[in-house]
Every structure is written in C-alpha cells, then in structure tokens.
Design a protein around this ligand. Structure first.
Ligand SMILES: Cc1cc2nc3c(=O)[nH]c(=O)nc-3n(C[C@H](O)[C@H](O)[C@H](O)COP(=O)(O)OP(=O)(O)OC[C@H]3O[C@@H](n4cnc5c(N)ncnc54)[C@H](O)[C@@H]3O)c2cc1C
Length: 464
C-alpha cells in the first residue's frame, strides 16, 4: 500500500498535521520512535512545565494566605504529589492524541524512521524493520537540548529539561545556565518551590528575544523574589562533585566567582534532530543543521516537507510547529493556504510575571526606520490585577506614528500569555491603534490594560 502522507514525529507539529491529513481524507500514517505520542511539547516541554508553574502559582497564595483573608495552618508542598499531578496530565493528553489518530483514521507506526530517498521510509523497531511507501513525507522530528561542549546530562547533577522534570525532590540550590524561555521558566518554578536559584546568561539581558523593557522588568522581579540573575556572565570549568556541581563564573564586571549547586540545569538552546534521519538520501538542504524550506514547508526534495523545531527560520514554538504542519498538509491536499507571517507569531514565556509578545520590539521597529510611537500601561493601574495581587509589569504597544499601524505589543504581567491573543488578532485583522482604542474592554478584567495601553499611544489612558 502507498500512503498519501507519512508524518515522522508526533510532536504538536506532526500529530496536528496527521489529524488535518485525515480530515482531508488523505491516507495517512504517523511514525514515532518513542513509546508515547506527543513529542517534546507534551512529554517534556510545554505541558509538564506549565503544570508545575500552575502549582507554583497556587503555592504562592498558600505562602501568605492571610493576605487573602484565609487562615491555613502549616501548608505543605508535597512534591511527589505535584509530580504525580503533572504526570497524569501528560498521560491523559498522550492518550488523547492516540484517540485523535484513531478518530481520523491515521495509522500509527511505532519505530525509528529513516528516509531512503523518494517516497520510501525505513522503520526500525523492536519487532524488526519495515519499509513504508508514500507519495508525500512530512518531517517533524523536532529538537533536543543543546549541551555545552564536553558535558553530558545525567539524572542526578547536570540536567536538561528532561531530567529536571523528574527530580524526586526540590533541590536546595539550583544553577541554571541560559536565561531564555526554558531557563527562566524553570527558575520561576523552582524558586517558588523553595530552591535558591542562580541564573547565568552570557548575553547582556534575560529573555533576550523580548523587548528590552520586558527583560528589565523580569530581571527586576526575579531580583525581588530572590532569584540571582547574572547577565553578561560566562560559566566555565563545570565539575561534577559527589553530590554537587561546581563551576567558575566570569561576571559582567570581570570578577570571577566559584559557584556550587546541588543541581545544574543547562538551558542553552535546542538543536534540530536531523542526524540519522536519512536526509543525505534526499536533495533537502540544511542550514546549520536546520532543514531549509519554502513558504509551503517544501524542502528541495520533491514530496518531502519539513515543519516545526527542525526547520530553519522560524522560532522553535509548539504553535509554530502546528501552523507549519497545517500549511504543509493544506498544500499537499491542494487547499488554499496562507504562509506564516513571521511578525504575527505570539511568543510566550510562562514565568511569574508572565510574558506575551508579538511583532517588532521598539528597538527593532526603530532599526527598521519606522517613526515609532509607544503606549504603555502598568498593571498597577488595573483593578483586576489588584484583586489578584499581581501588580507587576505593563502592556507596551509599539505603533507607527502616521497611520497608527500596530507594529508590536509586549506584555509582562498577570496572564500576559493569554492577553497577547488580543494583540495577535488585532494585527492579523490589520486593526489600527484607533480601532483598538475604541474596542470595548469588559470591566474588571486584566485585558482592560491592553485597551488602556492602546489609548496611551496618544496619552489617553484613563487609569494612570
Ligand atoms: C522545557 C520546554 C518548555 C517548552 N514550553 C513551550 C511552551 O510553553 N510553548 C511553546 O510554544 N513551546 C514550548 N516549547 C517548545 C516546544 O516544545 C517545541 O517547539 C515543540 O515541541 C516542537 O514541536 P515539533 O512537532 O517540531 O517537535 P517535537 O515536539 O520535538 O516532536 C518531535 C517528535 O519526533 C520524534 N522523532 C524524532 N526523530 C524520529 C525518527 N527518526 N523517527 C520517528 N520519530 C522521531 C520524537 O521522538 C518526538 O516525539 C518548550 C520546550 C521545552 C524544552
């Protein structure tokens, strides 16, 4: 039998593409080398981290219940139960993906796929080898944690996002190398669970892809909440001791400091999984290990598409992987599809306070020659934020002066990752600042702050 589409990898990119292929009536198979479906995002990424972050949010309230008018005697964090909850959420959703495959008549093939060229794929599993034939292939093999040269992760001392999610207890001290989304999310989780956290970042600021003011606000809040963040710092000479990890840090002021942690998380980025996939048997081109694709996700090999973290040029995010998967399948099925607009991709970092952003930062907009007008509104002026006891942060709108085009929106504060949805929709609909100024926002809500920030592009916010 020859399939219409075979998807390799069951992450958010791969499984969503397989569902869509099934919906279009294409004869589809999904190949996955792990025992469970869901990829990085579901098994060791987005979902388990957000489960822990949710518990950290709840635990925050329990640390000072009197502030809410509630008396609780001696609340305890039962970490094994926290992990149990996280594991149940992951299992439930992995089973959900299996159900979706059955519902959409997608054949699931368990094993490791290797491209043989043309439409042939070799699949190796415990039960042997088989060759699958297909008209189209969607490569969605994702990414894995980058390691520092000479280091190997282990379950006990030097950790990646995989090992840290299964630590049996909260460490007393945690060092984190890298202040990108993964590093700062784990910092936010373990600090609130009681670990003493130190973050070392080589670049001059935390969350370096975000607007500079957002980085500053996160660093300020981290400091206030006891997280030591050293930017412009280099970690070297990392040593495993019997029960700890030591390293030498050169700080931004040139001082050297010896540091020792019970555990060290290495969060220095993700590398695409292209080794051993058989790309050498195809005409697909690579760019520093990432697969090069056109706007319909086509590689240079006819019938071979690539999506998600393995692809060059788009950010490594679950919703980007999904969007790319749907574009590829739409193109295969001959449906009208709209290629991704790089400036309309929301980026979310689930720290406390959270971050949600879309479009150009102020610096990027100025560098591109726009005449920029900025509107800002602090959550201190928002009554729902007061009710939630979550006053940190602001909404910042970056607009073009003459026509009020929305160039970017940058939010740090409560539920920022939810609030950014309004900004993405506004930009997608090509709404102007004026349209958003007269858009009615319900009261009392946190998203009123978004409306206020749009008004403040013209100095017209009410509540500050
Ligand atoms: C700690 C952490 C937190 C994150 N949080 C977020 C978040 O909150 N929001 C967000 O948008 N993004 C988040 N991300 C990023 C997100 O997880 C990735 O962008 C997303 O998983 C990419 O999806 P994908 O489909 O490209 O690949 P993946 O999810 O990596 O899935 C690839 C799949 O392919 C399989 N595979 C690989 N090679 C083969 C082969 N040869 N044969 C068969 N199967 C194979 C793998 O086993 C895997 O299951 C996070 C990442 C991490 C590490």
């Amino acid at each position: 039998m020859t399939y219409d589409v075979v998807v390799i990898g069951s992450g958010p990119g791969g499984y969503s593409a397989a569902v869509r292929a099934g919906q279009y009536g294409l004869k589809t198979a999904l190949i996955e080398k792990q025992t469970r479906l869901g990829g990085t995002c579901l098994l060791v990424g987005c979902i388990p981290t957000k489960s822990l972050l949710h518990t950290a949010d709840v635990w925050d309230y329990f640390k000072n219940p009197e502030a809410q008018g509630i008396s609780v005697k001696d609340p305890q964090l039962n970490y094994p139960k926290v992990l149990d909850r996280k594991n149940k959420i992951v299992s439930k959703h992995s089973k959900g993906i299996e159900f979706l495959m059955r519902k959409n008549k997608v054949d699931v093939i368990k094993g490791t796929a290797r491209l043989l060229g043309g439409g042939r794929i070799e699949v190796t599993s415990d039960s042997g080898e088989q060759t699958v034939e297909t008209k189209n292939i969607l490569l969605a093999t994702g990414s894995e944690a980058r390691m520092l040269p000479g280091l190997e992760p282990d379950p006990n001392l030097i950790l990646t996002n995989i090992e840290i999610l299964d630590l049996p207890a909260v460490p007393k001290t945690l060092g984190i190398i890298g202040a990108g989304a993964v590093g700062v999310e784990f910092a936010s989780i373990f600090n609130r669970f009681g670990a003493k956290v130190t973050v070392l970042e080589m670049l001059p600021r935390a969350v370096p892809v975000e607007d500079e003011e957002v980085s500053k606000e996160l660093e300020r809040h981290f400091k206030k909440s006891g997280i030591r963040t050293e930017t412009g710092a280099k970690a070297e000479n990392i040593r495993r001791n019997q029960n700890s990890v030591s390293l030498s840090a050169t700080l931004s002021n040139g001082n050297k400091e010896e540091m020792e942690f019970e555990k060290l998380l290495v969060a220095v980025g993700r590398k695409p999984i292209t080794d051993g996939v058989g790309l050498e048997n195809t005409a697909a081109q690579l760019d520093r290990g990432f697969v090069k694709v056109d706007e319909y996700q086509r590689t240079a090999e006819p019938g071979l598409y690539a999506i998600g973290d393995v692809v060059a040029g788009t950010p490594q995010l679950a919703h980007v992987a999904t969007a790319e998967g749907l574009i590829a399948i739409g193109h295969i099925a001959g449906k009208p599809v709209r290629p991704i607009n790089r400036n309309r991709i929301p980026g979310c970092t689930y720290t406390d306070p959270g971050i949600g952003s879309v479009g150009l930062t102020e610096a990027q907009a100025r560098a591109q020659g726009f005449k920029v007008k900025v509107g800002k509104f602090p959550f201190a002026g928002n009554s729902k934020a007061t009710i939630l006891d979550k006053h940190e942060g602001f909404v910042k709108v970056v607009a073009e002066e003459r026509f009020g085009e929305i160039l970017g929106v940058h939010i740090i504060g409560p539920e920022a990752y939810e609030l950014v949805g309004e900004a993405v929709a506004a930009m997608e609909a090509e709404a102007t600042v004026e349209t958003m100024m007269s858009t009615i926002h319900a009261h009392p809500t946190i998203y009123e702050a978004v409306g206020e920030a749009f008004n403040n592009v013209y100095g017209l916010a009410i509540n500050i």
